[in-house]
Ligand binder design. Structure first.
Ligand code: BG6
Length: 509
C-alpha cells in the first residue's frame, strides 16, 4: 500500500536544531506575577533541559531600586517555587551569570540607553550575538511608549546577521478598534515576522496534539463533519477566583479574557481544514479561514449567557463572591462566566453549533474539547435497553488530566441486551514516560528559534475581536448585572437554559 505524504512533517526540522542559538531576553514588567510564576521558571527549565545557549542572558527592566544581585535573588525564589524540573545548583549558577537588571521607567530615555549599553556588554562578554527578544509583560497601554523607546534608542534595529523580536502578552486590545491600534503601533517598529503574540494555550501539548489526532490518523477525519457531529462543546473551567488580578480583570471579564483568545483558537484548531504543510503560513491561513467563517446567531442574548460568582464553598473552604473581592467595585458588572454559541459556515460544519464556555470559581479546574456525535439513525434494541445510552463523544482533555476519551455504548454483561455508555481513555501519563513541558517553555524556546507556528498573527486577533464585539455590545446594551452563581457550581441557570433551548445539555466534566 502506498505511504501518503505526512502533512505534519516539517521539512525544515533537519536544519533547525531545537536548541536556541546565541541570544537573550529582556523582560519588561519583570516584577509582575506572570514573570515570577511562568517566565522565570520556564527559562530555568529550558536551561535545565540544555535547550538554551551557553551565553544566554536575561535582563530585567523595572522601576524597582534593585541591583543585579537583588534581581538574581528574586529569580532564584521564583525558580525554587515554580520551576517544573528539579533544582540543580550548577545549572542555576551558570544561568545566573547572564542576569542583569536595568532600573528605570518607560518614559526614561537614560534607562533605555543603559539597556542598550547592557545588551552591548552582553554581546561582547557572553556572545549573545546581537540577538535579543523583548518580552512585553506589561499592560497594553504601555506598548506605545516602550515601542517608541526601543525605536529611539536604536534597540529595535539590527544588522542582517542579528535579530530583534518582540513578544506580546494579551490582552491584545479590548475590542477590534483598539486591537488594530495596538497592532499598528507594534508594526510601526517591528516587522510582522518579528512579532510573537503569546496565546499560551497554543503551547500546551494537548492542544498541539489536536492537529496530530486529526491529521496524522485516518480514524477520525471521515466523521469530523456535520454528517456525524451533532455539536461541539469547548469548556475552560477554573476553580480559582479573580485573586490578586482585580486591576486587570475588572472591566475585562471572562469573554475578553479567555473566549476571545484561548477558546476561539481551540475552535479554529478543531474546525480547520488540513494545512497544506505543517508550516506557520499554512496553519495560520487555515485557522484564519475558520475564524472568518464564524457566524453569530441572530438573537445574541438567547445564544449567550453571562454570570458572576457569588460567595460559596469550594474545596471545603468558604470563598468570597466577586463583588466582595479586593479591588472590585461593589456594583461591578464584569462577568466571571460567559457562554456563547457560534456557527461555522463552511461546507464541513454547516448547521453544527459550537458552544464555548469559560468561568471562574466553577466546580473544578478542567479544559476540554468535546465533539458530540449524532445518535445512530436506528437502534434495533428495545427502548428499555438503551435508556442509559447517550451520544457518542470524543473528548480532548486539555488539562489537568491530559488525554483523550472516547465515549460509546457497550453491552452490560448479563442476559439482557442493555446498552450503556462507557469510556475508552488515552492518558499521557500512562502512554509516555516524557513529562509534558509547560506551555511557556515551548513558546519561549520557539521565540528564540524564530519558529512562529504557535503564535497568532494580527489577522487572527482581529478576526476574533470581530466575533466578540457584537456580543459585548449586546451585553452592554442590556445594562444588566450578570446573573449570580454560587462559587463551586457550574455557572448561572441562564447557561443551562441557553442549551435547553437547543434541546442539549452541558457536559459535567
Ligand atoms: C489566562 C487568563 O490567559 O489564562 C487567566 O488571563 C486564566 O484569567 C489563565 O486564569 C488560565 O491558564 P491555565 O493555563 O491555568 O489554564
Amino acid at each position: 500500500m502506498p505511504v501518503t505524504k505526512n502533512p505534519l512533517r516539517d521539512p525544515r526540522d533537519k536544519r533547525l536544531p531545537r536548541i536556541a542559538g546565541p541570544s537573550g531576553i529582556v523582560i519588561f514588567g519583570v516584577t509582575g506575577d506572570l514573570s515570577r510564576k511562568k517566565l522565570m521558571p520556564a527559562i530555568y527549565d529550558l536551561a535545565n533541559r540544555g535547550l538554551l545557549p551557553p551565553g544566554f542572558s536575561l535582563v530585567g527592566f523595572a522601576r524597582r531600586d534593585w541591583d543585579h544581585e537583588d534581581f538574581a535573588a528574586i529569580v532564584h525564589d521564583a525558580v525554587k517555587k515554580y520551576a517544573r524540573t528539579p533544582f540543580s545548583e550548577p545549572v542555576w549558577r551558570h544561568l545566573a551569570e547572564g542576569f542583569r537588571f536595568v532600573q528605570g521607567t518607560f518614559d526614561d530615555d537614560e534607562a533605555f540607553d543603559n539597556l542598550k549599553a547592557t545588551l552591548a556588554e552582553l554581546d561582547a562578554k557572553r556572545g549573545t550575538g546581537g540577538n535579543h527578544a523583548f518580552y512585553f509583560s506589561i499592560p497594553p497601554g504601555a506598548f506605545p511608549v516602550v515601542c517608541n523607546q526601543l525605536n529611539r534608542s536604536g534597540l529595535s534595529q539590527h544588522s542582517p546577521d542579528e535579530w530583534r523580536r518582540v513578544v506580546i502578552e494579551k490582552p491584545f486590545g479590548h475590542d477590534l478598534k483598539s486591537a488594530r491600534e495596538l497592532n499598528a503601533v507594534v508594526n510601526s517598529v517591528f516587522p510582522t515576522e518579528s512579532v510573537f503574540r503569546i496565546d499560551h494555550y497554543l503551547g500546551k501539548e494537548t492542544v498541539q496534539n489536536l492537529l496530530a489526532l486529526r491529521f496524522a490518523n485516518q480514524l477520525y477525519e471521515p466523521i469530523w463533519n456535520s454528517h456525524y457531529v451533532d455539536h461541539v462543546q469547548i469548556t475552560m473551567a477554573e476553580d480559582i477566583g479573580v485573586g490578586g488580578r482585580a486591576g486587570y480583570y475588572d472591566g475585562i471579564g471572562a469573554a475578553r479574557d479567555v473566549i476571545q483568545n484561548h477558546l476561539l483558537q481551540l475552535l479554529a484548531l478543531t474546525a480547520m481544514e488540513e494545512p497544506r504543510a505543517f508550516d506557520p503560513v499554512s496553519i495560520r491561513a487555515e485557522k484564519a479561514k475558520i475564524l472568518a467563517s464564524v457566524q453569530l446567531p441572530k438573537d445574541l442574548l438567547a445564544a449567550t449567557a453571562r454570570g458572576q460568582y457569588a460567595g460559596g464553598w469550594q474545596g471545603g473552604e468558604k470563598v468570597l463572591g466577586y463583588l466582595e473581592e479586593d479591588g472590585i467595585a461593589p456594583d461591578s458588572t464584569t462577568e466571571t462566566y460567559a457562554a456563547i454559541k457560534v456557527l461555522v459556515e463552511t461546507r464541513r460544519w454547516a448547521g453544527v453549533p459550537f458552544y464555548l464556555r469559560h468561568g471562574k470559581r466553577l466546580g473544578r479546574r478542567v479544559t476540554e474539547i468535546a465533539v458530540v456525535f449524532k445518535r445512530a439513525p436506528y437502534l434495533p434494541f428495545s427502548s428499555n435497553d438503551t435508556e442509559e445510552l447517550g451520544a457518542n463523544a470524543l473528548v480532548i482533555r486539555v488539562q489537568p488530566d491530559e488525554g483523550i476519551t472516547i465515549r460509546f455504548g457497550s453491552k452490560v454483561p448479563g442476559p439482557s441486551m442493555e446498552v450503556r455508555d462507557v469510556n475508552m481513555d488515552f492518558s499521557y501519563g500512562q502512554s509516555f514516560t516524557e513529562a509534558s513541558p509547560e506551555a511557556y517553555e515551548r513558546l519561549i524556546l520557539d521565540v528564540l528559534l524564530g519558529e512562529p507556528s504557535l503564535f497568532p498573527q494580527d489577522e487572527e486577533v482581529e478576526l476574533s475581536w470581530k466575533i466578540l464585539d457584537p456580543i459585548e455590545k449586546a451585553w452592554a446594551r442590556t445594562k444588566k448585572q450578570p446573573e449570580q452563581y454560587p462559587a463551586g457550581t457550574w455557572g448561572p441557570p441562564s447557561a443551562d437554559a441557553m442549551m435547553a433551548r437547543d434541546g442539549r445539555v452541558w457536559r459535567r466534566p
